[in-house]
Ligand binder design. Structure first.
Ligand SMILES: Nc1nc2c(c(=O)[nH]1)N[C@H]1C(S)=C(S)[C@@H](COP(=O)(O)OP(=O)(O)OC[C@H]3O[C@@H](n4cnc5c(=O)[nH]c(N)nc54)[C@H](O)[C@@H]3O)O[C@H]1N2
Ligand SMILES: Nc1nc2c(c(=O)[nH]1)N[C@H]1C(S)=C(S)[C@@H](COP(=O)(O)OP(=O)(O)OC[C@H]3O[C@@H](n4cnc5c(=O)[nH]c(N)nc54)[C@H](O)[C@@H]3O)O[C@H]1N2
Ligand SMILES: [Mo]
Length: 701
C-alpha cells in the first residue's frame, strides 16, 4: 500500500514474513521507490513483545549485497584455467536439461541426486523439487532434516503421532532441552520470559550456560550426548516414585510394563556418573517436572547430530507422555498439519529403483509432507558408489562444503561429481565445485507458502515484496522453467507460483488471495486440547507407543536402549588420550544463520570473528591467555581461532562457534567433525561433538 512521499521518493509499506531464519516471523518492510530500505517485526502472539533482530535490521544490505549472483554462470576454461562466464537463463536451462538427459540415458535417472538445505526446505520449493525428481525418475532427493529437526520429529511421530508444540503461555513449568531460544528463536524466548513472569518454573538441560540456563530454577549441565540416559533416569524416577499420570498411562499407552522393566536399572545413582550429573539433581528435575503441571517440554537441535539421536528422542518423548502433559492446556500440544495436496508424485518413481538412502527407510514413511531427509548418506553414496554411482548433483539453497561433517571428505565427494548445479543467491564455498550456478532470489523477492509459521495452527504466505534483483529468479521459477526445458510441461502447467500454491491449497479451502488479506496468518484450526479422547493418537494402536513395534519391525530397539560404553558414543572415542577435549559445536549467533551473512559488512562489524570458548582452568593449564590464537585439531583436520575464557563451559569441553567456514575455511568447524558413523535409524552423523586437542597456534602473529 502506498504510504506517502519522502522528498521525491514514493514510500510504501508491505507485509510478509521474514525468512532469514526458521522463526518465520511476520514483518513489515518499508520501500522507497520500490527499493527496500528497512524491515520491522510485527506484533506476534499475545504475551510476546517486539525484539531486535540484527539480521532483519540488515535486510537491505542482504538483499542488495554487491556479492549477489546477478546472472546464471557457466564454468568454462581458458588455457586450462577455469572461469565463470555469464549466460542467459534459456541457455543455462537448456544445458542443464541436455546434460541431465544424457546422464539418465547413460546411467539411469537415479544417477541424479538433488539436495536442499536450510532455506528452501521451510516452504513449498521442496515440493516442486520433489515433483521434478519424481517425473525425472530419481528417488534421490534429500532435505537436510537428518541434521536438523526431522531426526527429532521421527521419534515424536512414531511415539504419539506428531511433533509437539509447547503451550508456554499456560505452562507452570517449562523444560528447555538442548535449545538456545535466546539466540535461535527470539519469539519463543519471549514467550518463555512471559511465562516466567507469570510464575512458571524453568528447567534447562544444556551442555553450556545459555541465557536461559543462567535464569533457570534448575540447570543440568549434561555431558554432550548424555540426554538419552538422562531421560531414562527421569523416567525411572517417575515410575519409582509413582509421579507419572496413572490414568493416562492406563488408557492411552501401550508397553508400560516393558518400559518399567527396561528402566529399572537406570536409577539416578547408576546413570549420573556417566553423564556428569549428580543423582539428586536428576531426581529434582524429574520431580519438579512431574509435579508442576501443566508442564511443557521443548527439544532442540542440541539433541540432533548425535549418533543415537533417534533413541535419545524416543526416551524424551516417552518421558513427555508419562508426565501426562500431552495435548493438555499448558502442556505439549500436538497440532494437526494443514491438509495440503501432496504434489510430489512419488508413485511416478519406478518401484525397482532403490534410493541411495535405502538403509534408512523411516524417512520415507514418517511424514507425507516431509519426504526423505536422509542427508547423512549422500557423501558416502557418492564416494563409495553404493548402491550405484551418483553422477549429477543439484544443490539448492545449501552450502555442503561448510555445513556437512568432515569437510575434506565432502570436498572429495563434490569433486567426484561429473555435473553439478548450485542454486543460490551467492557464490558460496560450494560454488567452485559446480559446473553451473543459477542465481536464486532471497526470501524478500519470493512468494511461497509457509507451513511452519509463527503458530502451529496457522498458515502464512511469504510475499514477494520487491522486484527480483538482477537476473535472479525465485526457486519456484527456476524449477518450473527447468521442468519445461525437460519437456515436463504437463506436470508443471503453472505460470505463476500463485497458481501452484492454490492447487496445493485446494483441499483446505484456503486461497492465496485470502492469505494475502491476512498477512498475520490464517488459523486453519482452533486450538483443541485432548483431541486423542475423540480421535485417538495418530499411531497404529491409536495410543502412545511406549514400546514401538514399528521400530522393532525395522530391526531397531523397540524401547530406547543405550548400551554401556556405547551410549555416549562419540566418534574418535578410542583416541581419547591424544584428543583430550570434547568439542561442542554451538554458539549460533543472532547475526548469522549457519554459513550465511558474514559477507554483509554491517553484520560482520557487529560480530567480526569466532571463538573457541574454554573453561578458565583449562586455559590456565595449557598456559594460554584470553583471546590467544589456538589450533584445534581432531583426527580429521584442524581450525585456528582465538580462545576465549568462559566459565559457561565445563572443564574438558570447548564450545566452538558454528558457521564461519564460509567466511574463512580455517574457521570451519566441520574440518574437525567426523562422518564415519551414523545413527542407525536416521543416518545422522556426529557434527555436534567430537574429540579434539588444543595447541597454541605457533604460526600466529
Ligand atoms: N540466529 C540464528 N538462528 C537460527 C539458526 C542460526 O544459525 N542462527 N539456525 C536455525 C536452525 S536450522 C536451527 S536447527 C535452529 C537450532 O536452534 P536450537 O534448537 O536452539 O539449537 P542450537 O543453537 O544448535 O543448540 C541448542 C543448545 O544445545 C546445546 N547442546 C549441545 N550439545 C548438547 C547435548 O548433548 N545435550 C544438550 N542437552 N544440549 C546440548 C548447545 O549448547 C545449545 O545451547 O536455529 C534456527 N535459528
Ligand atoms: N558442525 C555443525 N554442522 C551443522 C550444524 C551445526 O550446528 N554444527 N547445523 C546443522 C543444521 S541444524 C542445519 S539446518 C544445516 C544448515 O546447512 P545449510 O542448509 O547448508 O545452511 P546455510 O549455511 O544456511 O546455507 C543455506 C544456503 O542457502 C542460500 N539461500 C538463502 N536463501 C535462499 C533462497 O531463497 N533460495 C536458495 N536457493 N538459496 C538460498 C544461502 O546463500 C546459503 O548458501 O547445517 C547443519 N550442520
Ligand atoms: Mo537446522
Amino acid at each position: 500500500m502506498q504510504d506517502g512521499c519522502k522528498g521525491t521518493a514514493i514510500v510504501e509499506r508491505r507485509k510478509t514474513i521474514c525468512h532469514l531464519c526458521s522463526a518465520s516471523r511476520p514483518i513489515e518492510v518499508v520501500l522507497e521507490d520500490g527499493k527496500l530500505v528497512s524491515a520491522h517485526t510485527q506484533p506476534g502472539a499475545p504475551g510476546e513483545y517486539r525484539y531486535f533482530c540484527p539480521k532483519l535490521k540488515a535486510a537491505s544490505d542482504i538483499l542488495y549485497s554487491p556479492d549477489r549472483l546477478k546472472s546464471p554462470l557457466v564454468k568454462d576454461t581458458h588455457r586450462g584455467r577455469p572461469y565463470w562466464r555469464e549466460i542467459s537463463w534459456e541457455a543455462a536451462l537448456e544445458r542443464m536439461a541436455e546434460t541431465l538427459n544424457a546422464v539418465r540415458a547413460r546411467h539411469g535417472a537415479e544417477a541424479l541426486c538433488w539436495i536442499t538445505g536450510n532455506v528452501p526446505d521451510y516452504g513449498m520449493p521442496w515440493d516442486y523439487a520433489n515433483r521434478f525428481m519424481s517425473v525425472f525418475g530419481s528417488p534421490n532427493i534429500f532435505g537436510n532434516g537428518s541434521l536438523c529437526h526431522a531426526a527429532r520429529e521421527i521419534a515424536h511421530v512414531f511415539t504419539y503421532g506428531g511433533m509437539t508444540a509447547p503451550d508456554y503461555a499456560h505452562s507452570r513449568c517449562i523444560v528447555v532441552w538442548g535449545k538456545n531460544e535466546a539466540d535461535t528463536n527470539p519469539a519463543g524466548y519471549n514467550r518463555i520470559l512471559s511465562a516466567r513472569k507469570n510464575g512458571a518454573k524453568l528447567i534447562v538441560i544444556d551442555t553450556v550456560k545459555t541465557k536461559l540456563a543462567s535464569m533457570a530454577d534448575l540447570w543440568l549441565q549434561i555431558k554432550p550426548g548424555g540426554d538419552g540416559l538422562l531421560a531414562m533416569a527421569m523416567i525411572q524416577v517417575l515410575i519409582d516414585e509413582a509421579l507419572y499420570d496413572r490414568d493416562f498411562i492406563r488408557h492411552w499407552t501401550v508397553g508400560f510394563e516393558r518400559l518399567e522393566r527396561e528402566v529399572a536399572h537406570h536409577t539416578p545413582e547408576n546413570v549420573a556418573p556417566l553423564i556428569w550429573l549428580k543423582p539428586e539433581d536428576i531426581r529434582r528435575a524429574a520431580r519438579l517436572y512431574a509435579q508442576t503441571r501443566p508442564a511443557s517440554l521443548i527439544d532442540g537441535n542440541g539433541l540432533d547430530m548425535y549418533l543415537s539421536v533417534a533413541q535419545t528422542m524416543r526416551a524424551i518423548c516417552i518421558l513427555r507422555a508419562l508426565s501426562g502433559n500431552l495435548d493438555q492446556r499448558g502442556g505439549d500440544l500436538i497440532p494437526t498439519s494443514l491438509p495440503v495436496r501432496d504434489i510430489k508424485l512419488k508413485d511416478r518413481i519406478p518401484k525397482d529403483i532403490q534410493p541411495i538412502s535405502h538403509a534408512y527407510p523411516f524417512f520415507r514413511q514418517y511424514h507425507k509432507a516431509r519426504g526423505d531427509q536422509t542427508l547423512g548418506c549422500v557423501v558416502d553414496a557418492i564416494l563409495e558408489e553404493k548402491p550405484y554411482p551418483v553422477k549429477a548433483l543439484v544443490v539448492q539453497g545449501m552450502n555442503p562444503a561448510v555445513s556437512l561433517p568432515n569437510a575434506n571428505r565432502v570436498r572429495d565427494a563434490l569433486e567426484k561429481i561429473d555435473f553439478m548445479v548450485v542454486i543460490d543467491p551467492l557464490k558460496t564455498r560450494t560454488a567452485p565445485f559446480a559446473d553451473l550456478l543459477l542465481p536464486a532470489t532471497t526470501p524478500f523477492e519470493t512468494t511461497q507458502l509457509n507451513l511452519r509459521g509463527m503458530s502451529p495452527y496457522c498458515v502464512m504466505l511469504q510475499n514477494q515484496v520487491v522486484e527480483w534483483v538482477g537476473n535472479a529468479w525465485p526457486d519456484w521459477k527456476i524449477i518450473f522453467e527447468l521442468a519445461k526445458a525437460m519437456g515436463f510441461k504437463e506436470e508443471f502447467p503453472w505460470i505463476t507460483v500463485e497458481e501452484a500454491i492454490d492447487h496445493q491449497l485446494e483441499p483446505t479451502g484456503i486461497t492465496v488471495n485470502q492469505l494475502r488479506a491476512h498477512p498475520e496468518g490464517l488459523a486453519y484450526e482452533t486450538v483443541r486440547y485432548e483431541k486423542y479422547k475423540e480421535e485417538g493418537f495418530q499411531t497404529p494402536s491409536g495410543k502412545v507407543e511406549l514400546v514401538s513395534e514399528r521400530y522393532e519391525e525395522h530391526g531397531y530397539a523397540s524401547l530406547p536402549r543405550f548400551e554401556p560404553g556405547a551410549e555416549n558414543r562419540i566418534s574418535f572415542f578410542e583416541m581419547r588420550k591424544a584428543y583430550p577435549f570434547i568439542g561442542i559445536s554451538g554458539a549460533r549467533s543472532r547475526c548469522y544463520v549457519h554459513s550465511q551473512f558474514r559477507h554483509v559488512p554491517s553484520l560482520l562489524h557487529r560480530e567480526p570473528e569466532p571463538f573457541v570458548d574454554m573453561h578458565p582452568e583449562d586455559v590456565e593449564e595449557l598456559g594460554l591467555c584470553d583471546r590467544e590464537k589456538v589450533r584445534v585439531e581432531s583426527p580429521n583436520g584442524w581450525i585456528r581461532m582465538k580462545a576465549r575464557i568462559w566459565n559457561g563451559v565445563r572443564r574438558g569441553t570447548v564450545r566452538i562457534a558454528w558457521g564461519w567456514g564460509e567466511w574463512n575455511p580455517e574457521w570451519s568447524i566441520n574440518n574437525l567433525t567426523d562422518d564415519s558413523e551414523h545413527d542407525p535409524v536416521i543416518s545422522t552423523t556426529s557434527n555436534r561433538s567430537f574429540y579434539c586437542r588444543i595447541v597454541r597456534d605457533e604460526g600466529a602473529s
